[in-house]
Design a protein around this ligand. Structure first.
Ligand SMILES: Nc1ncnc2c1ncn2[C@@H]1O[C@H](COP(=O)(O)OP(=O)(O)OP(=O)(O)O)[C@@H](O)[C@H]1O
Ligand SMILES: [Mg+2]
Length: 233
C-alpha cells in the first residue's frame, strides 16, 4: 500500500515572547490511499494544528512530511501553495465560502488557480455539484442556502480538483444532528468512490463512519486503531 501521508516526528511550537508552547510533540504517522480516518481528542490537544499542517496551510517547526511523494516539509511558500492546490481538498467547520459568488462559482474557484479554461471549469463544477445533490441550487449565493447546503458546496469545492486527500476539520460542528448525518453520508460516498478522507470530530457517532480512529492527547498520539465500519443510522 502506498502512503498518501507520511509524517516523521512532526513538532509544532508557538512562541509567545520567550515562552515556547509545544502543541505537537513528535507525531509519526502513515495514512494510505483510500483510508477513512477520524482524528479525535480533547479540545486543545492539537487536532486543528495537525490538520493545518497536513493541509499545507501551516508548516511544522521540525520533522518530516511527505505528501503523495512530495517532501513538503522543506518547501518554500510558493511551491507549497501549488502542492496544496493540487493534492488537498479542505473542508472547514465554518464552510469558508465566498459570499459574493454563487455555489457554482465557489466550486469552480480552485480550478482558476489550476489554469483551467472557464467553460471547462463550469462543466467540472456542475459535475461535482451533482455528486453532492445540489444541482438545483447552483446559482444561489451562500446566504440563500442552509448550513447543510453550504457545507455541501464546500465539499464539492474540495473535490473539484480531484485531490489526493480530503481533509475536514469538524465539518458537522455547525450543523444540527439530522443535517450532520446527511453530510456524513456524503463523506461516506466520497470514500466509497475511492478517495482518502481524514476528518476531525468530537463526536463518537460521527467517528463511527471512519475505519480508523486516531486519538491525540496533549500533542502526542494516544491511540490509533482500526475498526469495522458501523452502518450509518
Ligand atoms: N496561532 C497560535 N498561537 C499560539 N497558540 C496556538 C495557536 N494556534 C493554536 N494554539 C494553541 O495550540 C493548542 C492546540 O490548538 P488546536 O487548535 O490545534 O486544538 P484542537 O485540538 O483543534 O482543539 P478544538 O477541539 O477546541 O478545536 C491550544 O493550546 C491552542 O491554544
Ligand atoms: Mg480544532
Amino acid at each position: 500500500m502506498s502512503a498518501v501521508i507520511h509524517l516523521e516526528q512532526i513538532r509544532k511550537s508557538y512562541f509567545m515572547g520567550k515562552q515556547e508552547l509545544q502543541v505537537l510533540k513528535g507525531i509519526s504517522l502513515d495514512i494510505n490511499r483510500n483510508e477513512y480516518v477520524a482524528l479525535m481528542g480533547p479540545s486543545g490537544s492539537g487536532k486543528s494544528t495537525l490538520m493545518n499542517i497536513l493541509g499545507c496551510l501551516d508548516s511544522p517547526t521540525s520533522g518530516k512530511y511527505i505528501l503523495n511523494g512530495h517532501d513538503v516539509s522543506k518547501m518554500a511558500d510558493n511551491d507549497l501553495a501549488e502542492v496544496r492546490n493540487k493534492e488537498i481538498g479542505f473542508v472547514f467547520q465554518q464552510f469558508n465560502l465566498l459570499p459574493r459568488l454563487t455555489a457554482l462559482e465557489n466550486v469552480a474557484l480552485p480550478l482558476i488557480y489550476a489554469g483551467i479554461p472557464k467553460k471547462q471549469r463550469l462543466d467540472m463544477a456542475n459535475e461535482v455539484l451533482k455528486k453532492v445533490d445540489l444541482t438545483e441550487r447552483s446559482h444561489h449565493k451562500p446566504n440563500e442556502l442552509s448550513g447543510g447546503q453550504c457545507q455541501r458546496v464546500a465539499i464539492a469545492r474540495a473535490l473539484v480538483n480531484n485531490p489526493s486527500i480530503i481533509l475536514a476539520d469538524e465539518p458537522t460542528g455547525n450543523l444540527d444532528t439530522k443535517t450532520s448525518y446527511e453530510i456524513m453520508s456524503i463523506f461516506q460516498k466520497i470514500h466509497d468512490d475511492g478517495n482518502t478522507v481524514v476528518l476531525v470530530t468530537h463526536e463518537d457517532d460521527i467517528s463511527k463512519y471512519a475505519k480508523r480512529i486516531i486519538r491525540l492527547r496533549d500533542g502526542v498520539l494516544e491511540s490509533d486503531r482500526k475498526h469495522e465500519q458501523v452502518e450509518p443510522v
